[in-house]
Design a protein around this ligand. Structure first.
Ligand code: ZN
Length: 267
């Protein structure tokens, strides 16, 4: 499921292949992905237009149009963004396709949780979605993290709250907590200042490492540092640090993987 590192790689893919070319055709294969937006209005806005630049905010990809506003992409649980040549190359679960002269940009989504939309203004979109600062933005700093930890929630729920920090989902929250040696159920307010500082550092480091290793691509798990939890995040997985069998629990409605020895339960 696409989190910040995956969406950053979609952004780079779009930047590399799909900017500054006229959109010859727009093919909407399943208009449900547009939500309330009318297919006819969506196609009219994009056809003959060009994608001029990209901005990622958390798990959202915002694409500036040469004429009039922004294309907004959110990938839900099973989304992806592909670039294919020739332009009519088939892609499974193709929902929206922007066709250029030599290739196509294809928004893919098997389970249809996600959204393709239009917005007049990127900042207004971020505000309307009630997104906090992007996890890799310097605006997400120790003060912002600390303010959120001072509430009543456990640390995993804080990390996954997009209004606190945009971009972290279940998988990367688990990796960050493992790297920071924090149990997922640790109450935020019990984390002292030194550990908050360390946690902030791990948030940035884990997300940047995942981007550098090609998040979501083939061989991604093999490329990660040897002490990463992600490749072991399955039944029978063991701690890459101490070898103990990983445990699971439900936190913030999702299954957490953690090492019961390295991530001690809060007293
Ligand atoms: Zn361990």
């Amino acid at each position: 499921m696409p989190e910040l590192p995956d969406v950053e790689l979609y952004k780079l893919r779009l930047d590399d292949h799909a900017l500054h070319q006229e959109i010859a055709r727009v093919v909407v294969s399943d208009a449900r992905i547009l939500g309330e937006l009318k297919e006819r209005a969506f196609v009219a806005r994009l056809k003959g237009n060009r994608l001029e630049g990209t901005r990622r905010h958390g798990k959202h990809l915002l694409v500036q149009l040469a004429n009039d506003g922004w294309l907004t992409l959110h990938f839900g649980m099973t989304g992806d963004l592909r670039y294919v040549e020739p332009p009519d190359a088939e892609v499974p679960y193709d929902r929206v396709r922007l066709v250029f002269e030599r290739g196509s940009l294809v928004y893919v989504n098997r389970r249809m949780l996600g959204r393709v939309g239009l917005s007049e203004d990127a900042d207004a979109f971020v505000e309307a979605e009630q997104l906090g600062p992007d996890a890799l933005d310097p605006a997400f700093d120790l003060g912002a993290l600390s303010a959120a930890l001072d509430g009543r929630r456990d640390v995993k729920a804080v990390l996954m709250d997009q209004a606190v920090v945009a971009g972290i989902g279940n998988l990367y929250a688990d990796e960050i907590l493992f790297q920071a040696r924090l149990h997922p159920k640790t109450p935020g307010r019990s984390v002292d200042k030194a550990r908050r500082r360390a946690l902030l550092g791990k948030i940035k480091q884990v997300l940047e490492t995942a981007i550098d290793c090609g998040a979501g691509a083939e061989q991604f798990l093999e490329r990660l540092p040897k002490d990463y939890l992600l490749p072991q995040r399955h039944e029978g997985g063991v701690c890459p640090r101490c070898g103990k069998a990983l445990a699971t629990l439900k936190a913030a409605g999702r299954t957490s993987y953690y090492c019961p020895r390295c991530q001690k339960e809060p007293a």
